[in-house]
Design a protein around this ligand. Structure first.
Ligand code: COA
Length: 182
């Protein structure tokens, strides 16, 4: 491993991963009521999340998971949407990133928190092989709290994934048993 690779894997601060994107909501982004489409917002969330993951890993990344999202408030045609992201926790080859979204009414300047999401990105090379990611250096009490919470969410994701996999296997076994009776 080169010296620069060793230095990179030694750690990067949460602050160095912080990313931000602002978009103006145009007619193409909205439904017939003039509200931002949920899928479009998820696209913005994925992009802003990936920016933080790129800044932490300095590799290519793929989205492995996007957690449950609550759309707390509608975003209206003409609003400015600002998304902010940072890495909450670096695991071995994956990183959990938090994204928070605000909408700003351009006429009043009012800003509302409209959505939050957690995503997991996996670092890969050009061939898609997974790569180790640097450690995350925590500097503030909030960063320490988010880091601890990210481990709980990972445990929850793993338990959910195991439960879904068990349900799929049970369904396949049941189909096979039914087919054998036909
Ligand atoms: C994400 C992906 C690389 C994981 O590959 P895999 O061979 O299943 O890898 P593993 O199960 O060994 O897990 C590798 C890492 O990914 C994490 N991971 C895998 N699936 C995950 C999921 N559904 N949710 C959260 N993390 C996940 C694992 O926890 C592990 O993290 P760690 O190394 O930090 O401990 C692979 O499933 C993939 O390429 N998926 C498609 C990604 C994609 O196309 N995204 C949309 C467009 S970018």
């Amino acid at each position: 491993m080169s010296t620069s690779e060793e230095t990179a894997l030694a750690g990067r601060t949460v602050a160095s991963t912080q990313s931000e994107m602002t978009e103006i909501i145009l007619p193409n982004d909205t439904n017939i009521l003039g509200n931002l489409l949920g899928g479009r917002l998820m696209h913005f969330i994925d992009l802003t999340g990936a920016m933080a993951a790129f800044r932490h890993s300095r590799t290519y990344v793929v989205t492995a998971a996007m957690d449950h999202i609550d759309f707390i408030q509608p975003v209206r045609l003409g609003d400015l949407v600002t998304l902010k992201s940072s890495v909450n926790r670096a695991f071995t080859t994956s990183m959990e990133v938090g994204v928070k979204v605000w909408a700003e009414n351009t006429q009043t300047g009012n800003q509302l928190h409209v959505a939050s999401a957690y995503l997991v990105f996996v670092a890969v090379d050009k061939e898609g092989h997974r790569l180790r990611v640097p450690q995350l250096i925590l500097e503030t009490p909030n960063e320490i709290r988010r880091h601890a919470d990210a481990l709980l969410r990972r445990e929850h994701r793993e338990a959910e994934s195991a439960r879904r996999s068990k349900a799929r296997h049970a369904a396949t076994a049941e189909e096979a048993a039914l087919a054998a009776l036909e």
